[in-house]
Each structure stands twice: as C-alpha cells, then as structure tokens.
Design a protein around this ligand. Structure first.
Ligand SMILES: Nc1nc2c(ncn2[C@@H]2O[C@H](COP(=O)(O)OP(=O)(O)OP(=O)(O)O)[C@@H](O)[C@H]2O)c(=O)[nH]1
Ligand SMILES: [Mg+2]
Length: 317
C-alpha cells in the first residue's frame, strides 16, 4: 500500500523570481511604442505615423508567472538640432544605461545606410547589457530588406535577432520568451497587477499630444507640449484642464482654426480617447498658451519636466 510522504515542518522552497528593465531603443519611427503596447497588451505609449512621437520614457510592466519585465519605451535615437532633442536623446541614453536587457528595434523598411546606423552603433557601444534585436515591420518588408539588415547587424551588433511585426503581433511571443530568459534573478519591483508606473495625468496629456500629431501638420506637432493643469477626479464628469503650450503666438491661431473648428475637433477626439482610457466620462478644457521658444529654452524645458544634459557632454551633440 502506498504510504503518505512523511510530514515535514519545513516550509516549501520559495519560487525563484526574475525581474529587470528591458529598454526599447532604436531610430525614430522604428515601432518601439507599437511594440511596447503589443507586449503589454494596452495602448500605453502614443503611436503616430510621424517620427519623433515619443518624447519621454514610458514604462510598461508585464508580470507573468515568476517573471516581471519592466519595459522602458524611449524617444528615438536621433540627430540633435536643438536643446529639446538633447533632452530626448538624453532620456533614451539614460534608459539604456539602466537596462538589464536591451531591445534594439529596427525598421526593416529603411535601408541600413550610414545615416540610419550611426546612432545605433553609438547606442550599442553604450549598452552594458545583453542585446536582443527586433527586426520590425516584417509584415511589409521584403526578403531583400530583411537580409540587408541581417548582414549589417551580423557585423555590428552582438545580439540575437528576432523577426517581428509589432503591428500584427507575429514573432512577438518568441521575442518575449527570449527576453524573459535573459532576465536577471531578483524580486519583483512593482506589484503584480501594475502595468504602468507613470501618473494618469501623464497618459491623459499624451493622448492629447497624439491627437495633435494626427490632426496637425508641419511644425505644429513638434511645437506643442501638453500638461494637465487641473484634474478633478471627484467630479462627474471628471474635469481636466489642460495647458497646450505653443512656441509662437502665430501657432495659437493655427491650433484654434477658423471659428474654433480645429480646436473643437481636437478636444472631441482627445476626450473620446481619454474617456476610453479612464473608462469614465470626462470634461476636457483645453487652454492654448504661448511659451516662447520652449524647445530652445533651458528654464522652460525644466519647468515642463525635461532634463537637458550638460553642454560639454559629447554624447548628446
Ligand atoms: N507595417 C508596420 N508598421 C508598423 C509596425 N510597427 C509600427 N508600425 C508603424 O510605424 C509608425 C511608427 O510607430 P511608433 O511605434 O510610433 O514608432 P516609434 O519607434 O515609437 O517612433 P518614435 O516615438 O517617433 O521614436 C506607426 O505608423 C506605426 O503604425 C509594424 O510592425 N508593421
Ligand atoms: Mg515612440
């Protein structure tokens, strides 16, 4: 007759957990934010067809079983032409320095030209962590384009390659498994149910900025910064007053449009997105305010929450 195992007063061994920062870096428009959203399963980081959409780090957290992956979406690795772009590049390089795993995202549709690859080489040199490469947009790229990148990467980037489409999800599960297995051992850094660490105000302002990228053209999306001024949650609908800062007075007129039509459309579309995100009714009050040449002004940038690296730091030039 089988015997019961002897009773033991030893506590069962605790499960070993793995946790770490996975930093998504790459050129502007490579699909980093789309990939972050795909990995997390939520529209956390704003996505548009225009380059330089992401301006600050966005954290997305995925806890599965005994693993916690903290993804850091970053601004694109760009050529710097003003103080604000120094802050953007600084944010990307800072997140890169904090990585336990680097996830380099490549847009296969573009050629691996010297202009395209210079910043990537630089980032790879800075990286202190294992690198995984997501060759993105394979839903649209052809074999030749993918092979051109595979050849270039083989000579320049010491990391495993994964062909993915952040847009339709193909290859993303395999990529996730590979990144998971590269995580260091350690305790969870966030509660298991958390998917984000940024405040709700940040996401709300980002949704307005995303809509500005969709509805306006030329320099306008790049001249506008949104910041929540007031957020009254106890009210029904939730009252949100948002400052929409423009660089020049003349841009105020463009933003508002003929008889206010443009800003009304912006307000309506943004409100719909915010209501979907919060799952609550919202009254959105947009205030367009000039903040002269904020992209070039250290004090304004600091007031808006951006950190500009010091002038003498060659990595940011
Ligand atoms: N066809 C295709 N398009 C994609 C894919 N991933 C992203 N895109 C598109 O590429 C564009 C840029 O995507 P984003 O996710 O905003 O790119 P990003 O790297 O975050 O860009 P920045 O924030 O500007 O650095 C958008 O129009 C996306 O819809 C993909 O796998 N396939
Ligand atoms: Mg982005």
């Amino acid at each position: 007759m089988p015997q019961d195992p002897p009773a033991s007063d030893e506590t069962p061994a605790a499960t070993t957990t793995h946790a770490g920062y996975v930093t998504l870096v790459g050129r502007p428009n490579a699909g980093k934010s789309t990939l972050l959203n795909r990995l997390i399963g939520e529209h956390l980081s704003i996505v548009t067809a225009k380059a330089q959409t992401t301006w600050q780090r966005v954290t997305g957290i995925l806890t599965t079983g005994s693993d916690q992956l903290i993804f850091l979406d970053t601004p694109g690795l760009l050529e710097v032409h003003d103080l604000f772009q120094r802050a953007m590049l600084g944010a990307a390089l800072q997140a890169l320095s904090e990585a336990d795993v680097v996830l380099l995202v490549i847009d296969c549709m573009r050629k691996p030209s010297p202009q395209e690859t210079a910043r990537i080489v630089h980032a790879v040199e800075e990286a202190q962590a294992p690198i995984h490469v997501a060759l993105n947009k394979i839903d649209e790229a052809d074999e030749q384009q993918i092979e051109a990148w595979e050849r270039w990467l083989a000579g320049h980037v010491p990391g495993a390659l994964h062909q993915v489409s952040a847009a339709d999800g193909s290859g993303v599960d395999e990529l996730l498994e590979a990144v998971r297995s590269a995580l260091p051992e350690g305790p969870f850094l966030y509660p298991e149910d958390d998917i984000a660490s940024d405040p709700v105000r940040f996401f709300v302002a980002e949704l307005v900025r995303e809509t500005i990228f969709e509805q306006y053209h030329q320099e306008i999306p790049y001249s506008v910064f949104c910041q929540v001024e007031e957020y009254r949650e106890a009210q029904e609908p939730i009252y949100i007053q948002m400052n929409v800062f423009v660089e020049r007075k003349s841009q105020k007129g463009i933003l508002i449009g003929k008889k206010g039509a443009a800003i009304r459309a912006l307000g309506e579309r943004s409100r719909e997105k915010i209501e979907h995100f919060l799952d609550a009714r919202v009254y959105l009050d947009l205030w367009v305010r000039p903040l002269r040449a904020w992209r070039k002004n250290r004090a304004h940038l600091s007031q808006l929450g951006f950190r500009v690296p010091e002038d003498d730091d060659a990595r940011f030039s």
